[in-house]
Write a protein that binds this ligand. Structure first.
Ligand SMILES: NC(=O)c1ccc[n+]([C@@H]2O[C@H](COP(=O)([O-])OP(=O)(O)OC[C@H]3O[C@@H](n4cnc5c(N)ncnc54)[C@H](O)[C@@H]3O)[C@@H](O)[C@H]2O)c1
Length: 334
């Protein structure tokens, strides 16, 4: 099959591309290689994907004409849309980046799918859509109408936009709410990477809300396995569905939303301890108040993912953090 993977130079996109190519699929990857974090790492991720069935095109999602031409020329069977401006905190100071990449850019992908009969669009949403929700675990049946950052609001908007296209044009769409993804080839703007950098340089690490936070940390291989399985589960229309009786994660249209998380929250301080053990160094900790846009805890209910794919993410934090540290030492030669 022929796939478009957007964000192919990104953390999750490069790992998904690698898996699809290894399975023998043809993959076209696009990415604008922006400098939100070190561009060399994006190039290095692309260099890993050494398959004849992979081709990479540098392209911006917001370039309507280029994206429309790409879809018309390539005739993709399926699209896995992982490009976008990531990061909750960055969205506080740089909201426009999210308008361009996550709203306009997302619409260009929907339009491409609409005009070229793509059989399934799988796209990245986020656990951040749960916003002010305090009911645990987070269930896709819960309300997600109260985001606490523009990043989260744009992800929720993506889900709504997908629903309108699934309804109007019958495009099967699946939105995946990822829960704090970490592991080798990860993102330098995320806690694990930042902590590792700081600890190795003998600097302090900033610990928000005085360490009183939990995250449902999800290992990259678990995320990839979930994506690979779910893209084979093409949502079907359900004429029996009604707003009154059905879950908001489903529809009369071919539309689905899933959580992909480990399904067990880990305290931030336990995560730090796992990192200290892996590095063999105790961190100097700078305890800070809660950051704007942050949430206290994330915790995924993964029953729907399991029911649809038979898969439940399984890698625990200790081996996951160890695998990250091993990769980090090798990659940076430290
Ligand atoms: N990693 C996580 O913990 C996590 C959690 C929830 C949601 N997500 C979402 O999953 C997706 C992938 O995340 P990731 O961790 O791989 O992030 P990433 O930043 O490593 O990957 C995203 C890629 O998209 C590219 N990109 C950004 N704007 C673009 C544009 N306008 N045109 C073309 N390319 C563009 C970037 O260059 C980058 O390589 C994102 O949508 C992110 O918001 C990630």
């Amino acid at each position: 099959m022929k796939y478009l993977v957007t964000g192919a130079a990104g953390f999750i996109g490069s790992a998904v591309t690698e898996r699809l190519c290894a399975q023998g699929h043809q993959v076209v990857g696009i990415d604008n290689l922006n400098d939100y974090y070190e561009v060399a790492l994006k190039h290095a991720r692309l260099d890993r994907i050494k398959h004849d069935n992979f081709s990479f095109i540098e392209m911006d999602l917001a370039d309507r004409e280029a994206i429309a031409n790409l879809f018309a020329e390539q005739k993709f069977n399926r699209v896995i849309h992982l490009a976008g401006q990531a990061g909750v905190r960055y969205s506080i100071d740089n909201p426009m980046a999210y308008g361009d990449s996550n709203l306009i850019g997302y619409l260009t992908i929907l339009e491409g799918c609409r005009h070229n009969k793509v059989e399934h669009l799988v796209y990245a949403s986020s656990s951040s859509v749960y916003g002010l929700n305090q009911k645990m675990p987070f269930d896709t049946a819960d309300s997600v109408d109260h985001p606490v950052s523009l990043y989260a609001a744009a992800k929720k908007a993506n889900e709504l936009m997908a629903h309108s296209y699934s309804h109007l044009y019958g495009i099967p769409t699946t939105g995946l709410r990822f829960f704090t993804v970490y592991g080798p080839w990860g993102r330098p703007d995320m806690a694990l990477f930042k902590f590792t950098n700081a600890i190795m340089e003998g600097k302090e690490i900033d610990i928000y809300n005085n360490g009183d936070m939990s995250r449902d940390f999800t290992y990259i291989d678990d995320i990839v396995e979930g994506i690979i399985r779910i893209q084979d589960v093409i949502p079907q229309p359900n004429p029996e569905w009604t707003v009154e009786t059905g879950s908001p994660a489903t529809s009369s249209a071919p539309y689905r939303i899933y959580n992909i998380g480990h399904g067990s929250p880990v305290k931030l301080m336990d995560y730090v301890e796992a990192l200290e053990e892996s590095l063999g160094v105790e961190a100097k900790k700078n305890f800070m108040p809660m950051q704007p846009g942050d949430v206290y805890m994330t915790y995924a209910d993964t029953d729907d993912l399991f029911a649809a794919t038979g898969y439940k993410p399984a890698v625990d934090v200790k081996p996951g953090v160890q695998a990250f540290v091993d990769w980090y030492r090798e990659y940076y030669n430290k």
